[in-house]
Structures are given as C-alpha cells and as structure tokens.
Write a protein that binds this ligand. Structure first.
Ligand SMILES: [Zn+2]
Length: 156
C-alpha cells in the first residue's frame, strides 16, 4: 500500500465515522512532510454551519495546528472531489496538491449536487440565480485605501 493510499484510507475512514456521529459522508486529511497534520469531517448539520465541509474543517484544523494561514507544502486527501467552496478554500490555503476518492458525480448520485454552483460561477453576474447588486463602492473603497497605505500589514 502506498503512503498516498494510507492517507486516503484515513480520509475515507473519517467520512464513514462521521456518519455515525450524525454528520455527512465526507472526510479529509491534510498531510505535510509525510505526516497527517489535521483531519476534518462534514459538520454542516451538527454545527449548523453551511460552510463546515470536510475540506474546510481540515484546513481550519491544519492552520490552527501549524499556526499558519499559509498551507503551502501541504497536500489534502479528501473522500470526495471538492465542491467549489472547498476548492476555493484549498487555493486560498495554498495547498500543493489535491487527492480525491469519490467523484462529484458519485456525490450527485446520493443527493449532493454541486454542479449548479460550478455552472453559476461561469455566468455573468446578471444571469446568476442569486441576485447580486453593487452598492456604495466609493465608501467601500475606504478600507482598501487604508490597507494600501498600511505599512505593517501581514500580506497573504
Ligand atoms: Zn465543499
């Protein structure tokens, strides 16, 4: 068994264990330097948190455990191909590589369809399902100007 399979088996085990705990069938682990540094499982219904997907939970745990918001040098093993939110979180976290087991079609087949979000992202703003309207840009820019001028900021 390759070490990659070992890590994926742990992510899959997290997904199975999570069902018994009342959560969704999704698990993930984050690996750095050949060791698991964090695990995560879907806590959407348990925590009443729609953003608590397995990958997001694993990223939060890894960042906390490593005391770093930048997870470059890490790889994520997820029991299912990431949804657009998790994929974005993985990019924001600067994770080096994604390994997945189930496909998004496998997820769709059991009632977890995220393909509509992938489709939405490609649409012009005015054609999206959730209305999105710009308001008070000039006032909103104040924070950006302050940020631009701040000299002791933590860039990320
Ligand atoms: Zn997700």
């Amino acid at each position: 068994m390759s070490f990659q399979e070992e890590f994926m088996r742990r992510a899959i085990a997290c997904s199975c264990e999570n069902i018994k705990l009342g959560g969704g069938p999704f698990g993930a682990v984050i690996v750095k330097d050949g060791k698991i540094v964090a695990e995560g499982a879907n806590k959407v219904t348990i925590n009443n948190d729609p953003t608590a997907h397995a990958e997001v939970m694993a990223i939060r745990n890894a960042a906390k455990n490593l005391n770093d918001f930048n997870l470059s040098g890490c790889e994520i093993y997820t029991s299912c191909e990431p949804c657009p939110m998790c994929l974005s979180a993985i990019y924001w976290a600067r994770i080096d590589k994604i390994w997945y087991a189930n496909t998004k079609t496998d997820a769709k087949n059991i009632g977890f369809d995220d393909s509509f979000i992938y489709d939405e992202v490609k649409l012009p703003l005015e054609e999206r399902a959730i209305p999105i309207t710009q308001l008070l840009r000039e006032e909103g820019l104040q924070a950006f100007k302050q940020w631009e001028q701040k000299e002791d900021k933590t860039e990320y």
